[in-house]
Design a protein around this ligand. Structure first.
Ligand SMILES: Cc1ncc(C[n+]2csc(CCOP(=O)(O)OP(=O)(O)O)c2C)c(N)n1
Ligand SMILES: [Mg+2]
Length: 391
């Protein structure tokens, strides 16, 4: 995807150009649009972006697992819908950050990890809870967060989740069970225990999922939370997204033993390791354990092995990753894996997927436009809303 900014238009004007030939996968910033209108520059139709996902699906994933066949069509399409929604949101986010439309420094992208959030959250009800991380956009979208408010928050706009004052890592929506993204690595685990403790006391049968990374398993909160959850038999699913890096530190260096399930088993907690790039494997495993936890409260640990598609943050030059590792990343693309596996479903055709492509592209684009068109919070409010009650 490409974004046309004010700077691009200024460059065109300098070269006396009066027309822009752009593909319809391009979006234009509002400042650039103003300049275009003022200078009567001609341009063709603008539309939302959509990666050509059908190209080059990887043959190493052609082994079709029967569990794809067992799921209802609406569920399969919904898994695709959420993965694609996360993908497009993150493509826009990446471009917005690269073009400094998103202020600040750190935007942590969920690109490449879409199958985990989509698969796990599709096994939850609206009343279940999640705790998220610094890399939280995918979790929030899959749990039903409002895209308009999310984009607006990222852009620092008044209409955002925190009136534009919290940014990417502070998005919370208690009404739909989102107990917060979190900039502090490992901070979600004890919050999840607190939430699960309430469910246990109240007997409400709700389940809390705590998402966290491989790096977070080195934090003290990891051991404390797993021990606490075990001794009180809390209804909590610890969902470790193992993308094999904590910033630039590989798991082989940062973790005493990279077999992370052993850490959970040390607390006598049932633990499994799965392919986190395969949304069917994620959904089926998560559903199995979430149903069990709901019936009989107890903690479970799932390690979902995955691949971080870009840097730790948007703009990270990733000098610590080899060329061969970088070139292998498209092989693990969860959307391509999905499209390859879904071919066995004779009841799901190109038209079904195309309809979702269009719907998602429209929703994401609309949210991006909403955020760009929203005002910044007024200066007079800059020190407000940080505390629940004014002191
Ligand atoms: C308590 C704490 N220590 C350090 C950091 C800086 N930091 C931000 S993200 C990160 C790496 C986290 O790695 P991981 O848990 O594997 O998550 P990933 O970024 O791979 O999704 C670190 C060290 C932080 N935010 N909080
Ligand atoms: Mg990691």
């Amino acid at each position: 995807m490409e974004i046309i900014t004010k700077k691009d238009i200024e460059k065109l004007l300098k070269n006396n150009k009066k027309s822009i030939d752009i593909e319809n996968r391009t979006i234009i910033t509002s400042e650039a649009r103003d300049l275009i209108a003022k200078n009567h520059i001609q341009l063709n139709q603008v539309d939302a972006c959509l990666d050509n996902l059908n190209e080059g699906t990887n043959s190493s994933y052609s082994d079709i697992e029967s569990k794809v066949s067992d799921l209802p069509k609406t569920l399969v399409l919904s898994l695709y819908y959420f993965m694609l929604k996360i993908r497009l949101f993150e493509e826009f986010t990446k471009s917005f950050r690269e073009n400094e439309i998103i202020p600040g420094v750190f935007v942590h992208s969920y690109l490449g990890e879409e199958a985990i959030a989509a698969g796990v959250c599709s096994a939850l009800t609206d009343k279940d809870y999640i705790t998220s991380t610094h890399r939280g956009h995918g979790h929030l979208i899959a749990k039903g967060a409002d895209l308009n408010k999310m984009f607006a928050e990222l852009l620092g706009k008044e209409t955002g989740y925190c009136s534009g004052k919290g940014g990417s890592m502070h998005i919370t929506d208690i009404d739909i069970g989102i107990l917060g993204a979190n900039g502090i690595v490992g901070a979600g685990l004890p919050i999840a225990c607190g939430s699960a403790l309430v469910s246990k006391f109240e007997g409400d049968r709700n389940v809390t999922v705590s998402f966290f990374g491989d790096g977070a398993t080195n934090q003290g909160t990891f051991g404390e939370s797993l021990n606490f959850a075990k001794i009180f038999s809390l209804p909590v699913l610890f969902l470790c997204e193992n993308n094999r890096y904590a910033v630039s530190t590989p798991i082989s260096y940062g973790c005493s033993n990279p077999e992370l399930t052993r850490r959970a088993k040390g607390y006598d907690i049932e633990a499994v390791s799965i392919n986190g790039d395969d949304v069917f494997e994620v959904y089926n495993t998560a559903k199995h354990y979430i149903d069990k936890i709901r019936k009989d409260p107890h903690p479970v640990f799932i390690e979902a092995k995955t691949h971080r598609r870009i840097g730790h943050w948007v703009g990270d030059p990733q000098k610590y990753r080899s060329a061969s590792e970088m070139s292998s990343l498209p092989d693990y693309d969860p959307l391509k894996i999905f499209l390859n596996k879904v071919k066995v479903r004779s009841d799901i055709g190109a038209l079904d997927l195309e309809e979702i492509n269009k719907r998602v592209a429209a929703e994401v684009k609309e949210a991006a436009v909403f955020a760009q068109g929203s005002p910044y919070p007024p200066k007079s409010q800059s020190d407000k809303e940080f505390l629940k009650e004014e002191v």
